[in-house]
Design a protein around this ligand. Structure first.
Ligand code: AHR
Length: 347
C-alpha cells in the first residue's frame, strides 16, 4: 500500500513538474524571437568553406539611388563569386556604422567596405581596423582623415564635379534662351549635412554661380536626401520666395518631394514651367520625368560600384597594387539624349 502511495506521488509530481516546465517554455517560444529583434547575429563561414569574408556597412536606405547601390554590392559579392558577405544597414546614423565596423573587426573579416554617412569622425575606428590588419575599402562618399593610410582605397563619384556640371548646364541653358543677363533666383535642396555628396555638389555649383553676379542663391535647405524632407523644405521656400526661377535639388528623391510641393502650391515647373528643375542621381523614374519635361536636367551619380569592389579585392588577394582612388563614370541627361538610356536603366 505504502509503495502504491509513493508511486502515485511520483506520477503526480512528475507530471506537475513537466507541466511547470512546459508552462515556462511555451510562452518563450512565442516571445523569444521578439526579444532578439534588432540584434543581428551573423554566422562566419567555417574555414573549410574558403570564402573571402567581407563586412559591408551601408549608410542607410534613404533613396532609390541607395537601393541600387546596395543591390550592386550584393550582386557582386556573392557566394558563387567566392565571398561571404556580412551586410549592415546603419539607417543614416554614424554611431551605427562605427558599431558595425567594430563588429566586423571582432569577427575578423578579411575586408571592411563602407559608405560613410558623413566625412568626419572616423579616425578612431579606422585606426582600430588598421591595428587589426584589415584592409578598408571606402565606397560612394569620402572620409576626411589626416592619415590616408587608414584606408586602402576609395571608389566613388566626383560630387564636386557633379555640382559644376549642374552650374555649367544652367549657364548653357540661359544662354540658349537669351536669358544670360537676367536676374536668376535659385533655391537649393541639399542632402545630408556633412556628407560628401552634399558638400561636393554645393561647392561645385557655387563655384560656377560665383562667376555670375546675376545669379542669386536665395536659400539652401537640407532635405536629407529624402522625398519627405525635400517636400517639406520646398514647401517652406515656396512660401518665403514667390520668384524662384531655378531649383537645384541634390538628389532625385528630394526632387520628387519638391515637385509635389510645387504642384500643391500651384507653381509650374520644368521645360514649360516657371521653376527650372536641376536634379542629381538619374534614377529611372527621374529620367522618365526628364523625358516628359518635368525635370530639365539630371546629373548622374553612378551607384554601380559593386564590380569595382570585387575587382579591387581580387587584386589585393593576389598581391597586386591598387590605386588610392577610383572614380566611376557619369553622364548628364537632358531631353536631347535621355531616350537612348531609358530602356537599359534598371534602377
Ligand atoms: O552619396 C550619394 C547620394 O546619396 C545620392 O545622390 C543620394 O541619392 C544618396 O542618398
Amino acid at each position: 500500500m505504502k509503495k502504491a502511495v509513493e508511486k502515485c506521488k511520483e506520477l503526480i509530481f512528475g507530471h506537475v513538474g513537466v507541466f511547470i516546465v512546459l508552462l515556462c517554455i511555451i510562452p518563450f517560444l512565442f516571445v523569444g524571437p521578439e526579444l532578439f529583434r534588432g540584434i543581428e547575429v551573423e554566422q562566419a563561414p567555417s574555414e573549410s568553406e574558403d570564402l573571402i569574408v567581407v563586412g559591408v556597412s551601408q549608410l542607410g536606405s534613404e533613396s532609390g539611388w541607395r537601393t541600387a547601390h546596395t543591390l550592386s554590392i550584393q550582386e557582386a559579392l556573392t557566394k558563387d563569386a567566392g565571398y561571404f558577405l556580412i551586410f549592415n544597414n546603419a539607417r543614416q546614423m554614424q554611431e551605427n556604422q562605427i558599431k558595425a565596423i567594430r563588429g566586423f573587426i571582432s569577427q575578423r573579416a578579411d575586408y571592411i567596405v563602407f559608405a560613410p554617412v558623413v566625412e568626419t569622425g572616423w579616425e578612431t575606428v579606422l585606426q582600430e581596423a588598421k591595428d587589426a590588419d584589415i584592409p578598408v575599402i571606402i565606397i560612394d562618399r569620402m572620409v576626411d582623415v589626416k592619415d590616408d593610410s587608414l584606408y586602402t582605397t576609395w571608389i566613388g563619384t566626383d560630387a564636386r564635379e557633379e555640382g559644376k556640371k549642374a552650374g555649367r548646364w544652367l549657364e548653357r541653358y540661359l544662354r540658349k534662351k537669351n536669358r544670360a543677363s537676367e536676374e536668376i533666383n535659385i533655391v537649393v535642396l541639399q542632402g545630408t549635412p556633412g556628407s560628401t555628396a552634399a558638400l561636393g555638389r554645393t561647392e561645385g555649383f557655387e563655384e560656377i554661380a560665383a562667376l555670375h553676379d546675376n545669379w542669386y542663391i536665395l536659400e539652401s535647405m537640407t532635405g536629407d536626401f529624402t522625398a519627405a524632407k525635400g517636400k517639406e523644405a520646398m514647401r517652406e521656400m515656396l512660401q518665403r520666395y514667390p520668384s524662384i526661377n531655378v531649383l537645384v535639388s541634390q538628389n532625385d528623391d528630394m526632387t520628387m518631394g519638391a515637385i509635389e510641393a510645387m504642384r500643391e502650391a500651384g507653381v509650374s515647373f520644368g521645360e514649360n514651367g516657371k521653376v527650372k528643375v536641376i536634379s542629381f542621381d538619374a534614377t529611372r523614374d527621374a529620367l522618365e520625368m526628364v523625358n516628359n519635361g518635368q525635370i530639365n536636367v539630371d546629373i548622374e551619380c553612378n551607384p554601380k560600384q559593386g564590380a569595382y569592389i570585387d575587382e579591387i579585392i581580387r587584386k589585393l588577394e593576389s598581391g597586386e597594387p591598387v590605386e588610392k582612388s577610383y572614380i566611376v563614370e557619369e553622364n548628364v541627361f537632358t531631353k536631347d539624349n535621355v531616350k537612348e538610356f531609358l530602356d537599359s536603366r534598371t534602377y
